[in-house]
Design a protein around this ligand. Structure first.
Ligand SMILES: NC(=O)c1ccc[n+]([C@@H]2O[C@H](COP(=O)([O-])OP(=O)(O)OC[C@H]3O[C@@H](n4cnc5c(N)ncnc54)[C@H](OP(=O)(O)O)[C@@H]3O)[C@@H](O)[C@H]2O)c1
Length: 264
């Protein structure tokens, strides 16, 4: 799809949740490069301002910042305010929180927060911005899921479960909203070299890593083509192994061995 037809289909504004760094910042840049104005949300205002300034200067688009906590109880009010003001044609539900370690050794609040950011906020984004998209008969929603959502994984059990939610939710919406001209895709990324990933991965994980830019590009290219994407051939190969070859129990054991090596 050319930039012009992309902007016609998914513009004029895109909302990127979790845009202050990593994959969210890469999505924002890729969308601005296609001529969409970008609304950037995350908690760190300074990082959002810096990215917005760069995108205005280098991509020639409008960029607005929304310093907000996606786990806040008044999230829907904030999103509705924006939806009333701006014609948002594309949403990237990218922010996530991942409690790491034995489930019982983390405070319950950490797991609630993962549900709030990864599940509750994703539902809110899809509902608030999805309604006007359906009414317009066009639009797009990218939900950042993860290969962690394919199978349960030790030390990431609540995070992995929220990522499974994102994938299954996107599949249902792909069918429902697709009928109204709104494209939905779950991007099930594998290891991606973002600041968040690098900060918690102290040594080489031994699994192939992708750049955030490559994952963002592949995810946007998948819109309108399929409900679920595994970016990169190596991820597709290990996804096929996990889903079609290995018995579920063995897949969980092998994945958990990796997370124990990384985070144990
Ligand atoms: N990196 C990987 O290897 C990988 C692999 C598979 C899937 N994914 C998925 O890809 C997405 C992005 O990953 P990433 O590695 O780029 O993550 P990251 O580096 O940890 O960045 C997450 C983004 O979300 C924002 N965020 C987190 N909590 C928030 C909250 N409560 N309210 C508002 N914003 C919040 C952060 O900004 P602030 O801190 O400024 O709020 C940041 O911009 C996630 O959904 C993740 O599950 C990543």
């Amino acid at each position: 799809m050319t930039s012009t037809s992309f902007a016609r289909r998914y513009g004029p504004w895109a909302f990127v949740a979790g845009a202050s760094e990593g994959l969210g910042a890469a999505f924002a840049d890729a969308l601005a490069a296609r001529g969409l104005h970008v609304a950037l949300a995350a908690r760190r205002a300074q990082k959002l301002e810096a990215l917005a300034a760069t995108l205005r200067r280098e991509r020639g688009v409008e960029a607005e910042v929304f310093p907000l906590d996606l786990a806040a109880p008044d999230l829907v009010d904030a999103l509705e305010g924006l939806a009333a003001r701006r014609e948002v044609g594309l949403v990237v539900a990218n922010a996530a929180y991942a409690p790491r370690g034995e489930f019982l050794d983390q405070p319950l609040e950490a797991h609630w927060k993962a549900v709030d950011v990864n599940v509750r906020a994703t539902l809110a984004l899809a509902h608030v911005f999805g309604r006007p998209m359906r009414a317009r008969g066009r639009g797009g929603l990218v939900i950042m899921s993860s290969m962690s959502g394919f199978r349960g994984t030790a030390l990431l059990s609540s995070y992995a479960a929220t990522k499974a939610f994102g994938r299954v939710f996107a599949e249902g919406l792909w069918e429902e909203l697709g009928r109204a001209g709104v494209d939905v895709v779950a991007s099930c990324a594998g290891a991606t070299r973002t600041p968040g990933y690098l900060a918690i991965t102290p040594h080489a994980s031994g699994v192939p890593e992708m750049s955030p830019e490559a994952v963002a590009e592949a995810s946007l290219a998948a819109l309108g083509r399929r409900p679920t994407l595994l970016p990169g051939w190596a991820n597709r190969l290990s996804g096929a192994l996990m889903e079609r070859v290995l018995p579920r129990r063995l897949a969980v054991t092998l994945l958990s061995r990796t997370t124990r090596k990384l985070y144990g």
